[in-house]
Design a protein around this ligand. Structure first.
Ligand SMILES: *Cc1c(COP(=O)(O)O)cnc(C)c1O
Length: 368
């Protein structure tokens, strides 16, 4: 069996350290906003090179709180990508704003900056790029657009912890970076968890209010906030995994290189690397040839115990939940990518034998 991610192996490798940290939390019985959360936030901020990191209950909450902290209101428009997980656009809908979907660059699968100017209106308030699959979006181009049109930038870094452009980490380019610590993400905890990064003291303060019932001083509520905190158990796990994240990401890059080498002679299109951004391969996603039936490839891999996944089968502009006035909107690159993409197993502990097995089986599936 080769799973998409192997959390059991990772736990076994870190078990002594993690069990001791968990036991310490249980002994102290301090579960919410305690010393582990505080330490994790400063360690994560230092790691990212951000002034502030504020944890919360999930990546979805991080996006929601980001939009609240920037005062995004009903009627506002937020430009984002349709080729992403639903949470990116859900958060925009939570505050009553409208997600405006722009097509992606066929090489990187990230929002195409060249298509953004045509989507900007008087109601546009922010750009919300996603660093999809761990590949940084084109932040220099997006920063230029944001400046020109006076827009905020919120980065969806749920899949990109540790990814960078010229040594600058994703999550430090925009007004705010939003991270997820869902167990299968590059940096994952043992439940739900999330975080925001920022260099703005004012935004950091607002985020702290929103994540904790709008309250800085207990029982004094200045805004209507949320119950959205990372708990001590998750923070304790994250502090340990944070120490290993650079190595984990390096291993992911090594695996991706091997995959690309072994699949070079096949008709699949392997992930584009532009040497500008440093990809962290949250997913290793290939494009299958148009004429091939994806379901048959998946089934053929499965009969050999190899998992694979479609991230994402339906772009958001075609989802019922986001069917707004632009129901007829066409985003050809997102649509075609959704039909041809296939993500292969990737996790730091993956062995060369496993990589070889996936490539052999996939090559057979393509030439059958
Ligand atoms: C996982 C993910 C989210 C949501 O994070 P949760 O912690 O699961 O709420 C948001 N955006 C993207 C791109 C994601 O992959």
């Amino acid at each position: 069996m080769i799973p998409m991610v192997d959390l059991k192996t990772q736990y076994k490798l870190l078990q002594t350290e993690i069990d001791a940290a968990l036991a310490s939390v249980l002994t102290k019985c301090r579960f919410i906003l305690g010393p582990n959360v505080e330490s994790f936030e400063s360690e994560a901020a230092a790691h990212l090179g951000a002034e502030y990191a504020i944890s919360c209950a999930s990546g979805t909450d991080a996006l929601h709180i980001a939009l609240r902290a920037l005062d995004i209101k009903p009627g506002d428009e937020i430009i984002t990508t349709a080729f992403t997980f639903a949470a990116t656009a859900e958060a925009i809908s939570y505050v009553g704003a409208k997600p405006v979907f722009v097509d992606i660059d066929p090489k990187t699968f990230n929002i195409d900056p060249a298509l953004i100017p045509a989507a900007v209106t008087a109601k546009t308030k922010a750009l919300l790029p996603v660093h999809l699959f761990g590949q940084p979006a084109n932040m220099p181009a997006l920063q230029e657009l944001a400046e020109k049109h006076s827009l905020h930038i919120i980065e969806d870094c749920a899949q990109s912890f540790g990814a960078s452009i010229q040594n600058r980490m994703t999550g430090t380019f925009g007004d705010l970076g939003c991270f997820s610590f869902f167990p299968s993400k590059n940096l994952g905890c043992f439940g739900d968890g999330g975080m925001l990064s920022t260099n703005s003291e004012q935004l950091a303060q607002r985020i702290k209010l929103y994540r904790n019932h709008g309250s800085e001083e207990q029982y004094h509520h200045t805004v209507v906030g949320y119950n959205s905190r990372l708990d001590e158990i998750q923070a304790a796990v994250l502090r340990i995994k944070l120490k290993h994240i650079e190595r984990f990401n390096e291993q992911r890059r090594h695996i991706a290189e091997k995959y690309t080498e072994l699949l070079a002679e096949t008709p699949v299109k392997t992930p584009h690397t532009d040497n500008i951004g440093k990809h962290v391969y949250h997913q290793y996603t290939v494009l299958l040839p148009k004429e091939l039936q994806r379901a048959k490839v998946i089934e053929y891999l499965q009969t050999d115990g190899i998992a694979s996944a479609i991230y994402y089968p339906i772009p958001l502009h075609q989802q019922q939940a986001f069917a707004t006035t632009d129901a007829e909107q066409q985003l050809p690159v997102s649509e075609e990518t959704a039909q041809r993409c296939l993500s292969l197993p990737i996790f730091p502990e993956m062995t060369d034998a496993q990589i070889n097995q996936v490539c052999e089986r996939l090559t057979q599936a393509l030439t059958r």
